[in-house]
Design a protein around this ligand. Structure first.
Ligand code: SF4
Length: 380
C-alpha cells in the first residue's frame, strides 16, 4: 500500500500521522500511545509499536472514534513507512515488535491484504521481532492462513456477548460468521502452526479477543459466561476488557462511561477461570441481581458466599480448596501442597501467601488464627 493523500485529506507529516493513528487505537488493547504492552507466550510483558494502517473506515461501529461518519482527520501510513518505523524502534530496543490493526478499507479482504503486506515485508527483511495482528471481522480464510505464516499472534475482537448486542454496536458485521467463525479458524490455525513451527523458531501466541465493556447492554455475568464458552470452544487464553468511554460525534456520545474498576474486576474474575480452573457457573453467586460485579475482589466475594467451607485445614485441603482461599494463588497453593506439613504462618508467608488476607479462612495444625465471622464484621 503506498500512502496516497486523498483530495480531502490535508498534508500531514509522518509524526502527525503516527499520532493520529496511535489515538485511533483507543479500543485496541491498552491505551492510545504508540507503544502498547502485550504478553508473550512465555508470560513476559513485552512492548510493541502499536498503530493502525489507517483510520479511514467504512464501518459504523457506534462506539468507535474511527467510524466512517465521524468528522476527523483521516490519515494512513504506507506499508514501507510502518516497516521503517518498526525497524527503527526495534533497533533502538524501544520495542520488541509490532501490533498492527486498521480501519476497514473497503472490505475485510482488502484490509487484511495490506496488513499481510507489512508483515511479509518485515519478515523478508529478516525481522525476528514479535508481530501481533488484530484481524478484521470477516477476514477470508486464505488470508488468515497467510497471516498465520508470518505473524506470532493474530486474533479477532468479539466486542460483546451475543448476535443481538453485536448487531447494535457493529451494524456492518455478523457476529456468528464474521467473528465466531474466525475465532474457530484462528484456534485451528494456532494448533496447526504450533506443530509446524520448529522449537526456537517463531513462537505462536494463544487465541485472544477483546470486549468493549459497557457499549452494549450485556452484564458482567454474560461477559464471564461468554469468556468461559470461548475458552472451551476456541481455546481462548487471554480476554481483554476495554471500558467504554463515549466519543464525541458518535451515536453513543451521551452514554455513561463504564467505570475503570469494572474492567479491573472483569480481569480478576477471568483469572479465576483461566488460572484457578473455575467455571463461570461456579461464580454465579458473586454478581448483583442484575448480573453485575461489585467493586470488590471477586475471590473474596466467592469465599464469603461459601463461608461454610471455611476455615480449611492448610495441611489437609486439596489443591482446589487451597485455591479458593483469598491470599493464596496458584503458585503458593502448589508450594503448600509440595511442602506440607506447614507449621506456622511464617512458613506460609515464605511460600508467597498474603497472610493478612488468608488468615480468616485457614487453620494451621487444627488452630484458627482468627474467626471468619468476626473478621467479616470488622471489615464490613
Ligand atoms: S470496523 Fe468498527 S471498530 Fe473497527 S475501526 Fe471501523 S468503525 Fe471502528
Amino acid at each position: 500500500m503506498s500512502y496516497v493523500r486523498t483530495p480531502t485529506e490535508p498534508y500531514k507529516t509522518l509524526t502527525e500521522r503516527m499520532r493520529h493513528l496511535a489515538a485511533g487505537t483507543k479500543y485496541d488493547s491498552c491505551n492510545q500511545s504508540a507503544v502498547c504492552h502485550a504478553f508473550a507466550p512465555d508470560g513476559r510483558c513485552i512492548q510493541l509499536y502499536k498503530t493502525l494502517l489507517t483510520n479511514y473506515c467504512s464501518g459504523e461501529c457506534t462506539y468507535c472514534p474511527n467510524r466512517c461518519e465521524r468528522d476527523i482527520p483521516r490519515v494512513s501510513l504506507s506499508s514501507d513507512e510502518i516497516v521503517k518505523i518498526t525497524w527503527s524502534f526495534y533497533r533502538k530496543n524501544a520495542v520488541e515488535g509490532l501490533f498492527l490493526s486498521s480501519g476497514v478499507i473497503g472490505d475485510a479482504e482488502n484490509t487484511s491484504e495490506k496488513q499481510l503486506e507489512v508483515a511479509r515485508k518485515l519478515r523478508t527483511q529478516g525481522f525476528q521481532g514479535y508481530i501481533h495482528m488484530r484481524l478484521m471481522p470477516g477476514i477470508p480464510k486464505y488470508l488468515l492462513e497467510e497471516i498465520a505464516d508470518v505473524a506470532n499472534k493474530f486474533g479477532i475482537n468479539a466486542e460483546t456477548t451475543s448476535n443481538i448486542n453485536y448487531s447494535e454496536i457493529c451494524p456492518n458485521f455478523d457476529y456468528k460468521n464474521d467473528v465466531l467463525q474466525r475465532l474457530k479458524w484462528t484456534k485451528e490455525l494456532i494448533i496447526k502452526k504450533r506443530k509446524e513451527v520448529e522449537y526456537g523458531d517463531r513462537i505462536i501466541g494463544a487465541n485472544d479477543t477483546q470486549f468493549v465493556v459497557g457499549a452494549a447492554d450485556e452484564s458482567d455475568q454474560e461477559i464471564i459466561h461468554t469468556v468461559n464458552r470461548f475458552m472451551d470452544k476456541y481455546d481462548l487464553r487471554r480476554p481483554y476488557f476495554m471500558s467504554f468511554d463515549p466519543v464525541r460525534g458518535t451515536p453513543l456520545e451521551h452514554n455513561i462511561p463504564s467505570p475503570k474498576w469494572r474492567e479491573v474486576r472483569l480481569y480478576q474474575t477471568s483469572y479465576l477461570l483461566k488460572d484457578y480452573g473455575l467455571k463461570a457457573k461456579d461464580l454465579d453467586e458473586i454478581y448483583t441481581e442484575k448480573g453485575f460485579l461489585k467493586n470488590e475482589d471477586p475471590k473474596v466475594l466467592l469465599a464469603q458466599c461459601n463461608r461454610d467451607m471455611f476455615p480449611i485445614d492448610i495441611n489437609n485441603a486439596t489443591l482446589q480448596e487451597l485455591l479458593l482461599v483469598p491470599g493464596i494463588g496458584p503458585v503458593s497453593a502448589s508450594r503448600i501442597v509440595q511442602s506440607r506439613p506447614v507449621n506456622n504462618e511464617q512458613e506460609l508467608v515464605r511460600m508467597g501467601v498474603v497472610i493478612t488476607r488468608a488468615r480468616p479462612y485457614i487453620k494451621i495444625r487444627g488452630l484458627c488464627q482468627t474467626n471468619l465471622s468476626t473478621f467479616m464484621e470488622v471489615c464490613s
